[in-house]
Design a protein around this ligand. Structure first.
Ligand code: ADP
Ligand code: ASP
Ligand code: MG
Length: 440
């Protein structure tokens, strides 16, 4: 079985939705199709939710009216026959009535999450009926029946598999199964989600849970590129990546993949292929266990990073000091990305700032604390970088004009992380493109 995920831009226009139906039909065997919301929809739902939380009711109603117009036009072009056009219009009016109902009630965090789920629910229902109109043997599987996260927001991979496998067994004769990306149920059985961009993660979780042959992520670019195409003019696609390499890139800001996408696929060795909906012939990127060749593969950047420096004379010749520092972060459920130590000081970076004040207050027990906000991690990923002579010289030569705040090297074979102030991020990516990939 293949798990194939199509992102927002791949379903954002009626002709694109028709095109992905063609693509799916051309694929061999059974397929589980994971869809995102139409492009722009989740952003509109976020704006609506923010209006409602802030009590700006007319603002929310304006967003609802604008979005409804967009969907009415969409179904007008998606469906051909009067019967299916009526079905499409009924779907739109049902979802927009629900949005108005949510806007009319007491609006809290729970209603916000329910609101955010509507984008994927409507896109899959429209796609499913498009397949019906074309007489394609398909079935809609509600993700809210099998996709779940635990009390720590972690997906329950085993349970997802236990729920999905019998379901797929009873639908053995159905070739195309359609489901929603991004949405799930939480520990309290409420509607929740896997965070922005989470449809990639859904596809990987399903692929791992049912031990699929392959997970395909179809998007608007021909695979993982060597640098961020939104920032750098000239970039090139990478044919092959290992799970570890792709995982680092996704985690450190390559937006083409949700940060956690690779984790479940890697756990069960299910290959992940990145493909371009606009150019299906392009080979894209294959991510697997296979060792790959070559030095530098790609660079990526992650913004919104904070560096915390803890300076303490008590650290000198002491043991157990770092454990106590790390415990503070653990107690506040805040992951650390980079670490750099000297004999009297340690710097760590975090991107989750919810508990920053409490963390800093506790760290003050150890010594002097300095916090640098608005930093970016630049991550250089490659094959066996730790074995490649001259790697640090290459990177530092390229970044010579910049002020580097921290460096992390040697933690894994395939990564060097460098912390720079965010206003220097763009320059860092451009300089590394020239210095490591000779692309101007
Ligand atoms: P989708 O809606 O299909 O999930 P996304 O917008 O989430 O698509 O991801 C695709 C986008 O990721 C590309 O259009 C590209 O601008 C951006 N991107 C950022 N870094 C990279 C990279 N290293 N390689 C490819 N695309 C990248
Ligand atoms: N629709 C969700 C978002 O925009 C999930 C996704 O597209 O992957 O974040
Ligand atoms: Mg995405």
């Amino acid at each position: 079985m293949l798990v194939v995920k199509f992102g927002g831009t791949s379903v954002g226009k009626p002709e694109r939705m028709k095109k992905i139906a063609e693509l799916v039909l051309g694929m061999p065997g059974r397929k589980m199709v994971v869809l995102s919301a139409l492009s722009g929809t989740t952003n509109a739902l976020v704006r609506m939710g923010d209006h409602l939380l802030a009590g700006r009711i007319p603002g929310a109603h304006q967003e609802i009216a604008d979005l409804e117009k967009h969907y009415q036009q969409f179904v007008g072009e998606l469906f051909q026959s009067p019967a299916y056009l009526a079905i499409g219009q009924e779907i739109v009016s049902r979802y927009f009535s629900l949005l108005r109902l949510l806007a009319a009630g007491r609006f809290d965090d729970r209603s916000y999450r329910e609101l955010l789920a509507q984008g994927e629910l409507i896109s899959t229902e429209l796609f499913y009926h498009h397949l019906q109109e074309r007489k394609i043997n398909a079935r809609l599987l509600p993700a809210l029946h099998f996709m779940s996260i635990d009390e720590n927001q972690e997906p329950e991979l085993d349970k997802i598999g236990e729920r999905l496998k019998p379901l797929l067994e009873t639908l053995k004769d159905v070739n195309v199964l359609v489901t929603q990306g991004y949405i799930c149920r939480n520990h309290s059985n409420e509607i929740d989600n896997l965070k922005r961009g989470g449809s990639d993660y859904t596809a990987s979780l399903i692929g791992a849970a049912i031990r699929a042959e392959e997970i395909q992520i179809w998007t608007d670019i021909d695979g993982m590129h060597n640098n961020d195409p939104r920032v750098v003019k000239k970039t090139m696609p990478i044919a092959e990546l290992t799970f570890d390499e792709a995982s680092e890139l996704a985690y450190f800001g390559a937006k083409i993949l949700h940060p956690s996408t690779i984790v479940p696929a890697q756990k069960y060795g299910v290959p992940v292929r990145l493909k371009n909906t606009m150019d299906e012939k392009a080979p894209g990127t294959i991510i697997s266990n296979k060792g790959t060749q070559g030095g530098y593969k790609a660079v990526a950047a992650k913004d919104g990073i904070m560096a915390i420096n803890i300076k303490s004379s008590r650290m000198l010749l002491a043991y157990g000091f770092l454990r106590r520092v790390f415990e503070v972060f653990e107690n506040h459920k805040t992951p650390i990305d980079m670490i750099s130590t000297s004999e009297v000081a340690v710097s760590v970076t975090i991107d989750e700032t919810k508990n920053l004040e409490a963390i800093v207050a506790e760290l003050k027990n150890f010594g002097t604390i300095e916090v640098d906000k608005d930093q970016s991690i630049i991550c250089v990923v490659g094959h066996m970088l730790s074995e490649k002579p001259g790697v640090l010289a290459d990177v530092f030569k390229a970044l010579a004009p910049l002020k580097i705040r921290m460096v992390s090297y040697g933690g894994s074979h395939n990564n060097i992380s460098i912390l720079v102030p965010t206003p220097q991020k763009e320059q860092a990516l451009v300089l590394l493109n020239e210095g490591l990939f000779h692309l101007k």
